[in-house]
Design a binder for this molecule. Structure first.
Ligand code: ADE
Length: 254
């Protein structure tokens, strides 16, 4: 997948994209990341990218011309991806990013991220994008961190990015449920022991226990997810009669 980020702070991406699984995905050739500084597309003497808002008010607004030039240049340079790409504008007023959206975006061959800064975008900049994406109901100083978050979540959905040991099907949200509790050695730690079923060697039983735990955890911590989760009628009926296995002040959040 080709990733293009259009930003005035390309250096912000060096750390997150140069480490861990993203770095490995780049080395394997699964991700091809291109950073474009749209200040380079501002042709006035001081390379301004923002200006004061028409109608008055505080703050600065990103000008349309540098962004239009930058995005058009990126799209022209990667014309081979036409019809297989999505242009995303990072914006707190967009629909909230979800695991489902990550899976959907993973189907494209190119993602282009438009990252703004300051008070906002000139409204005409939205015309460049296929859709807006917010990563949550809070305002960050720019779209760079959201672009990194989306790239990270999307890239781990791509075949070959995760090794077997990191595989996605055990993730929280994979089937619309939270994950089940995981344990490793030692079996006994400060009076807390690993559930016997996990040491039983009975894989059918372990699978069932994990499924039940995922259902119970979701009911306890994120009941809002149950409505849309992939759960059978039988499981729903079972869950309806289950009490809360987590104490009110439980720290055992899976
Ligand atoms: N830019 C500033 N805040 C943002 C958010 N929460 N999501 C996406 N883009 C943003």
């Amino acid at each position: 997948m080709r990733i293009d980020v259009i930003t005035i702070f390309p250096e912000m991406f060096e750390g997150p994209f140069g480490a861990s699984i993203t770095k490995r995905a780049v080395e394997k050739g699964i991700l091809d990341i291109h950073l474009t500084n749209f200040r380079d597309y501002s042709f006035d003497k001081h390379h301004h990218v923002d200006d004061s808002p028409f109608g008055g008010g505080a703050g600065m607004v990103l000008k349309p011309e540098p962004m239009y030039r930058a995005v058009r240049d990126v799209l022209a340079k990667s014309a081979a991806f036409e019809g297989h790409r999505r242009v995303l504008i990072m914006d707190p007023s967009g629909p909230t990013f979800t695991q489902e959206k990550a899976k959907e975006l993973a189907q494209y061959e190119q993602l282009v991220f438009i990252c703004g800064h300051y008070e906002g975008f000139d409204a005409r900049i939205y015309g460049l994008a296929d859709e807006a994406v917010s990563i949550g109901d809070y305002v960050l100083t720019g779209g760079e961190l959201p672009a990194m978050v989306v790239t990270d979540a999307v890239s781990r959905m791509l075949p070959g990015v995760l090794g077997d040991a990191e595989s996605a099907p055990t993730d929280s949200f994979y089937d619309g449920l939270l994950g089940y509790p995981q344990y490793t050695r030692p079996r006994e730690f400060e009076g807390q022991s690993v559930p016997d079923v996990l040491i039983s060697g009975d894989h059918a039983k372990i699978r069932q226990w994990r499924r039940e735990q995922a259902l119970l955890a979701t009911k306890r911590w994120r009941p809002d997810l149950l409505e849309k989760a992939q759960i059978s009628e039988k499981e729903r009926a079972w869950l309806d009669v289950q009490g809360n296995i987590y104490a009110e002040d439980s720290k055992n959040h899976p």
